[in-house]
Write a protein that binds this ligand. Structure first.
Ligand code: NAI
Ligand code: HPV
Length: 477
């Protein structure tokens, strides 16, 4: 049998590979949601995929669902775990993140990894992930993943772009009032048996100005909620955006800082936002203003914030995120993690929360479902809709359950002449549908072809692998 060397099993004569699942081909069409809706039912393809060049025969082996190994870290919600288990995949779920050495060991073996904001998937970690085809970030932020390295190595990355935005915005509203009324201090005092009834330095939020830095999903939600409480809203963003309600965009960060009583930060962690709020920016804020950060720890220079709070310039602050965060619950938050840890804990009217902005039942189950659906669609069908580091490619219908149909996924470097060469190879068969798109250096081609005998799949696969431009080839059937 020509496929024996690669251990590609022959398709049974009736075209049924013995697996049967119900799947959806679109995660963005609610009517097609994997978990909630009328579903498109068909016999599952038996998918085959390959790792990078010069991999062993074992890695080239096509997989049955039960061969797919998934590692979920950081307590991914059960709703998401269930979707993956229902596919028949092997799912290992851990409650915490892993230190780099343990992560490197574990990641060598898995095809799919699911993480949240804590796990660092650097190039150094990913270079050990020889079998990895896709990463699911069960959160909004993707700064913890080397997206470029992943794309260049044919690893797609998905996230959940807005399922926890409302939860973050609501936490901000709670914190704005808590800061204005020094509520955290009063509560702490009462827990220590101290009655301390004060109005000095306590304010209503009605009529005060909220300055939102980063008017994206979180910032815009917050804007609406704050106006409903009678606050005036201004915002600063690097792109021009229409303000909701009567919110007004200001032209630069300084205008925002000097014009707001409360400043909240909702920008991504990127080079430009590192230490975006430091000594200079804090000095531009109003005397007695408040600062809230639920974006990323690197956005605020915490030593400068401590100084501004000690001097009374800043009347209160709320921090949900830190440059170094503990890897699991119960770990101590102290100066070993962050040099200023102890000093921070001693400050008045400072709310410290353990990165809980998106931690609600609603947000976590919605994220679990959304990202798990995306992973299933990628593993089973190669669909990249919603990927954050790859071109978005999908084909309108699936014919993989029909005899002699295969789907070819060809991730390649975006250089001239590739499509011509790929189509010379595919042209020996009947190309039913094809879509290709590129994002920077990486291009993604998906083609459904018919008239392919199972005995030809290995050659088809190998011919694509042999092209100099290939990053990863998958043949699904
Ligand atoms: N504390 C928590 O649990 C959570 C934290 N987050 C963090 O919040 C961040 C924001 O979340 P979303 O609103 O969903 O993101 P988003 O991508 O919808 O919005 C971010 C906005 O920031 C703007 N921006 C980028 N660079 C900027 C700069 N230098 N100056 C001003 N504006 C800039 C963008 O144009 C965009 O409008 C996430 O990237 C994540 O790091 C998100 C969810 C939960
Ligand atoms: O969604 C995000 O970016 C967050 O920061 C929330 O992260 P988490 O899922 O709580 O680790």
């Amino acid at each position: 049998m020509p496929t024996a060397a690669l251990n590609i099993p022959e398709r049974p004569a009736n075209g049924d590979n013995g697996l049967s699942r119900t799947v959806s081909n679109s995660r963005h069409d609610p009517a097609n949601s994997l978990s909630t809706s009328p579903q498109l039912s068909f016999h599952s393809p038996q998918a085959s995929y390959a790792g990078p060049p010069k991999v062993s025969a074992k890695q080239l082996r096509p997989f049955q669902s039960q061969d797919v190994k998934i590692l979920l870290l950081e307590n991914v919600n059960l709703a998401g775990q269930e979707i993956l288990k229902k596919q028949g995949y092997q799912v290992e779920a851990l409650k915490s993140s892993l230190p780099e050495d343990q992560l490197i060991e574990k990641i060598q073996d898995v095809n799919v990894i699911g993480i949240r904001s804590k796990t660092q998937l650097s190039a150094n970690v990913l270079k050990h992930a020889k079998n990895l085809i896709v990463i699911g970030c069960f959160c909004i932020g993707t700064n913890q993943v080397d997206l470029q390295y992943a794309a260049e190595n044919g690893i797609a990355v998905f996230n959940s772009p807005f399922s926890n935005s409302r939860s973050v915005a609501e936490l901000m509203i709670g914190e704005i009032i808590t800061l204005a009324r020094q509520m955290a201090d009063r509560s702490m005092e009462m827990h220590n048996g101290v009655w301390n009834k004060v109005s000095n330095g306590c304010w209503e939020v009605r009529g005060k100005t909220l300055g939102i830095v980063g008017y994206g999903h979180v910032g815009a939600q917050l804007s609406v909620l704050a106006e409903a409480m009678g606050m005036r809203v201004i915002y600063y963003d690097v792109i021009n955006l229409m303000g909701l309600g009567t919110a007004q965009q200001v032209p630069n960060l300084e205008a925002l800082l000097s014009g707001a009583d409360f400043v909240t930060l909702h920008v991504p962690e990127i080079e430009e936002t590192k230490n975006m709020i430091g000594e200079k920016e804090l000095s531009q804020m109003r005397n007695g203003a408040y600062l809230l950060n639920a974006s990323r720890g690197s956005v605020v220079d915490i030593a400068a914030l401590i100084a501004a709070m000690k001097s009374g310039k800043i009347a209160g602050a709320a921090l949900d995120v830190y440059p170094n965060e503990p890897g699991k619950n119960g770990e101590h938050f102290n100066s070993q993690l962050n040099a200023w840890g102890e000093e921070l804990r001693s400050l008045k009217n400072l709310i410290l929360t353990p990165h809980i902005g998106g931690s609600t039942e609603e947000a976590q189950s919605a994220i679990g479902v959304e990202v798990a659906d995306a992973l299933v669609n990628y593993v089973n069908f190669g669909t990249t809709t919603g990927a954050v580091n790859m071109p978005e490619v999908t084909l309108r219908s699936l014919t993989l359950d029909e005899p002699n149909h295969v789907r070819v996924i060809y991730i390649h470097r975006n250089v001239p002449g590739v499509l011509r060469r790929v189509n010379e190879i595919l042209g020996d068969h009947n190309v039913d549908k094809q879509m290709t798109d590129s994002r920077g250096e990486v291009a993604y081609l998906m083609a459904d072809i018919s008239n392919v005998n199972v005995s030809e799949i290995k050659d088809l696969y190998q011919s694509l692998e042999d092209l100099g431009s290939r990053i990863r080839t998958r043949v699904l059937y």
